[in-house]
Ligand binder design. Structure first.
Ligand SMILES: *Cc1c(COP(=O)(O)O)cnc(C)c1O
Length: 432
């Protein structure tokens, strides 16, 4: 805080395409999509028009006991593209609440089924599901979460699929026997009737350090949760809406979760909106007579805000009509090639990518993988160097995150990656 107060804040005044402009008129590439939200760039005519048109009808009316056309239509459209089996939509207004809702819903589902012992959750080390207390409880990022531990409910923590720092296969992923999955299985086997759900970020753990799981991990988790009869919550808040190259990350492994959390890209990065999708089976457990009190008591003032729903519908229209997903593979390949060249730079320990989600882990010693001391601020230095060259990115400790909007052109991606490489060369932890 002291550094922030003492420093000179960057004041962003406007955006255009994949660039942001500060009050001095300087341009910057939006290299983390305004914190993982923006998909098609800023001031997208179709999205702007959708907000304006809705503004002429209704800015907000509560979704508690009422509904509205954009809310109805968006729910139908989300279900049409969601993994099979997801049949119902529960709205809220940000990713943390989408996860919090999934956790509460899973818990209450088992209560209604008469399984009162199911009070625990399985989560992964390095998990991030948002900053409210329930979401933090199922989180596992030490620097964000450790201080709140006395406030949190207890969970079982399975190993993170963090191949670069895996204690089991060392240098050779070929020797992988999926010990991380075994870790989860041990927990599930040891606590029958006690676990309500497992919660995971499919394919890539974001805020925990852009940790890309090996192929098969997600499907393995789905198989385990079925075998041990616990629900699976897929938190697609970051990975959803094309970020990994498919509409949802679950699609890469043909996984259908029982509950799925959506936020961030749902409105193309325009307005706060979130949705928790559930199976019909979960939905039906909440049906009952008034006196049974089976209602899911969870609501927010701005749940399903109509402006946000309208822009989310326009966002899905862009996906359909402009072939967004179909256009991603060559861009993802371009990013992959340029990142591969960065592996050889000094202090680049690991390079991870899931589609448009990339992380570069900086280390002091590439051989031993020894991290930089915290006070070195290696990640922050690289990001500062990038900012001076016109690229806005943000580190997660010493993992430099690169997550450009899907709508970036190959030429724009090329320029961003050139700046990134230059920043890695000079903000290399030596401070020069
Ligand atoms: C960002 C994020 C959240 C929290 O979303 P907010 O809208 O910031 O509350 C939850 N889960 C995942 C996987 C995220 O990346």
């Amino acid at each position: 805080m002291r550094e922030w107060v003492a420093g000179d804040p960057l004041v962003i005044e406007r955006g255009e395409g994949v660039r942001l402009y500060d009050t001095e008129g300087r341009a910057y590439y939006d290299g983390v999509s305004s914190l993982w939200l923006n998909l098609h760039g800023h001031r997208v005519p179709r999205l702007d028009a959708a907000v304006r048109a809705q503004l002429d009808r209704l800015a907000h009316s509560t979704f508690l006991g009422l509904t509205h056309p954009p809310g109805i239509r968006l729910a139908e459209e989300l279900l049409a593209i969601a993994p099979p089996g997801l049949a119902r939509v529960f709205y809220s207004d940000n990713g943390a609440t989408a996860a919090e809702i999934a956790v509460k819903m899973a818990f209450q589902y088992w209560r209604h089924r008469g399984e009162l012992g199911r009070t625990r959750f399985v989560t992964l080390e390095n998990a991030y599901h948002g900053d409210t207390i329930g979401a933090v409880s199922v989180g596992g990022v030490e620097i964000f979460h450790a201080i709140f531990r006395p406030l949190l409910f207890q969970v079982y923590r399975a190993p993170s699929p963090y191949c670069y720092r895996c204690l089991h296969n060392g240098e050779s992923p070929a020797g992988c026997r999926q010990e991380c999955l075994t870790g989860m299985e041990e927990i599930l086997a040891r606590h029958p009737g006690e676990i309500a759900a497992a919660i995971v970020e499919p394919r890539l753990q974001g805020a925990g350090g852009m940790i890309a799981a090996p192929d098969g991990f997600l499907r393995g988790v789905r198989e385990l949760t079925r075998r041990y009869d616990v629900l699976l919550i897929a938190d697609e808040v970051a990975t959803g809406f094309g970020r990994t190259g498919r509409m949802f990350a679950c699609e890469h492994e043909d996984v259908s979760p029982d509950l799925m959390c959506l936020a961030k890209g749902i409105t193309g990065g325009y307005l706060p909106l979130a949705a928790t999708l559930a199976t019909e089976e979960i939905y039906e457990a909440f049906l009952g007579e008034h006196s049974e009190m089976k209602t899911f008591f969870h609501g927010h003032s701005y749940t399903a805000n109509p402006l946000a729903c309208a822009v989310a519908i326009a966002n899905l229209e862009i996906f359909r009509e402009e072939g967004v997903i179909e256009g991603l593979p060559p861009k993802i390949e371009l990013i992959r090639e340029r990142l591969a060249a960065m592996r050889h730079l000094p202090f680049v320990g690991d390079v991870r990518q899931a589609g448009f989600m990339c992380g570069i882990e900086l280390v002091r010693d590439k051989k031993t993988k020894e991290p930089f001391p915290v006070e070195e601020r290696a990640g922050a230095k690289v990001c500062q160097a990038a900012r001076e060259r016109g690229l806005l990115i943000r580190p997660l400790s010493d993992v430099v995150v690169f997550m450009p909007p899907l709508g970036s052109s190959p030429a724009e991606l090329g320029e961003m990656l050139e700046i990134l490489a230059a920043a890695l060369r000079c903000g290399d932890g030596e401070g020069n």
